[in-house]
Write a protein that binds this ligand. Structure first.
Ligand code: 5AD
Ligand code: SF4
Length: 459
């Protein structure tokens, strides 16, 4: 029987992508995936550091895993534990001291070295009874050079990491410290990967990066391509019908990228464009390098380029020094924009960041009250956006089966989850029903809309 691995992913889409790549590495080592840590010979925790006491959550999971390991040891089975991702990068050595259960610590830049680390770990256990393998370098050889060549069987929508790291140094954020400085992958590599995706039947590609619109890749001819250039190139690949990108910084929304929303039909009418706060004083203190007015201008320009564009954002409430008036400016901006959806968070001081040592920290109770007020407004806007979809016909990319029989789930152009009843579309001739629809772009009539999703039927 082949050995099994279990990966738990915390945090953002970059981590989801990294977990997929670590799964590929484990596949390559002859391991198969399991959803059950009790069965796993190798457990990987892919951690996140961006908010809350993320590290504490990881430690409590490690505690649970220690018990699983003890039980497995009694049954004569070995278990290895690797901690990966941003917590590992930020405090890997300390984690190893605190939790002897950990065999390996690897940062987001070194997962391609996992096989070598596993070998080293086994050797150490054989000779000393324990394992302490740590690799949180920012190696010169790029992990992207070690991507697998085959991507079949992964569903019709995929991420393509085009850029990583961030040089913006927003004063609340750990990303520049954990993911390092900005790095853009060369155009040629990305086109190869996107074509392989198309060959494998992938229809929707999301270009991924911490600061994706800062993308500036080598074109192989001594020049540089921007994100809008890249979008135009990817749009030419037959088979790829939908393109998205995330996450963007308002500062890097240039005229070409705005024009791409007008000119590239495959670019989906949805944009996640975080502003964090509607107050200029707070935006300054956050080092966001733009004003609320500039953001509102961008919103107007985006809607001129693509009138049906749906907007999303991130907000932080209770940043140090945020007054009632500052918060009210955020509420006012939200009311003006009218978002299709958005994420909002209480400010969480991250060790090592400038904002964490500002003296004007806001009370937890004030943060909680502001968050509740903001989320009530954002939920209202999201429900209104979903309600406005009812009666429309839209192309939905059907990605997976739903909970109920005769149900498939997919995404609308505006990234809404759509539950589609396919009862009358049963494909009698096929062994698996609905094979004709799964993984395809299908025209769907929206029948109803809730706060978080839509329901529809095949049009
Ligand atoms: N506290 C709260 N939210 C944060 N984010 C990043 N750092 C912090 C922090 N220290 C939020 C921002 C960012 C999103 C990914 O996470 O809104 O856009
Ligand atoms: Fe963090 Fe700011 Fe960079 Fe986004 S732009 S990753 S919030 S430092």
């Amino acid at each position: 029987m082949s050995k099994k691995f279990y990966i738990k992913t915390y945090g953002c889409q970059m981590n989801v992508y990294d977990s997929e790549r670590m799964s590929d590495v484990m596949d390559g080592e002859g391991y198969s995936a399991t959803d059950n840590p009790d069965d796993a010979d190798m457990v990987i925790l892919n951690t996140c550091h961006i908010r809350e006491k993320a590290a504490e959550k990881v430690y409590s999971d490690i505690g649970r895993l220690r018990q699983i390991r003890e039980k497995r040891t009694k049954d004569g089975k070995e278990t290895y534990l690797a901690v990966a991702g941003c917590v590992a990068q930020a405090e890997g050595a300390e984690m190893m001291r605190r939790a002897p259960t950990i065999d390996m610590v690897l940062g987001p830049q070194t997962y391609h070295r996992l096989p070598a680390m596993m070998k080293e770990s086994k050797t150490q256990r054989a000779s000393t009874g324990k394992s302490r393998v740590l690799d949180t370098d920012f190696p010169v050889e790029a992990k992207f050079d070690h991507l697998p060549k085959d991507m079949r069987g992964k569903g019709p929508a995929a991420f393509l990491t085009v850029q990583e790291g961030c040089d913006k140094f927003c004063t609340f954020c750990v990303v520049p410290y954990t993911r390092g400085t900005e790095f853009s992958r060369p155009l040629g590599d990305l086109m190869d990967e996107a074509k392989r995706m198309a060959d494998a039947g992938i229809i929707e590609v999301t270009l991924l990066g911490q600061n994706v619109n800062a993308y500036h890749g080598d074109n192989g001819k001594g020049g540089i391509v921007s994100l809008s250039d890249l979008i135009h190139h990817v749009a030419e690949i037959a088979g790829i019908e939908r393109i998205r990108y995330t996450t963007s910084h308002p500062r890097d929304m240039d005229a070409d990228l705005l024009a791409a929303h007008r000119d590239v039909a495959k670019l989906m009418p949805y944009l996640h464009l975080p502003i964090q706060s509607g107050s200029n004083a707070i935006l300054d203190a956050m080092n966001r390098k733009h004003s609320a007015e500039r953001y509102m201008e961008l919103v107007v320009e985006l809607r001129a380029a693509r009138p049906d564009i749906a907007l999303s954002s991130d907000f932080i409430v209770g940043f140090p020094g945020e007054s009632d008036a500052d918060f009210e400016a955020t509420m006012e901006l939200v009311r003006q924009v009218q978002y299709a959806q958005a994420y909002s968070f209480k400010y969480s001081p991250r060790p090592g960041t400038p904002a964490s040592v500002m003296e004007t920290q806001v009370d937890e109770s004030v943060k909680a009250a502001r968050l509740a007020e903001l989320q009530a407004e954002l939920n209202k806007q999201q429900s209104a956006f979903n309600a406005a979809s009812v009666g429309q016909k839209m192309a939905v990319l059907l990605e997976r089966r739903g909970k109920f029989e005769h149900q498939l789930v997919g995404r609308s152009p505006f990234l809404q989850a759509v539950y589609v009843d396919v009862k009358d579309k049963l494909d009698e001739s096929a062994h698996t029903p609905y094979t004709g629809l799964m993984g395809k772009l299908v025209d769907v009539e929206i029948i109803s809309g809730g706060p978080n999703s839509l329901q529809g039927k095949v049009a």
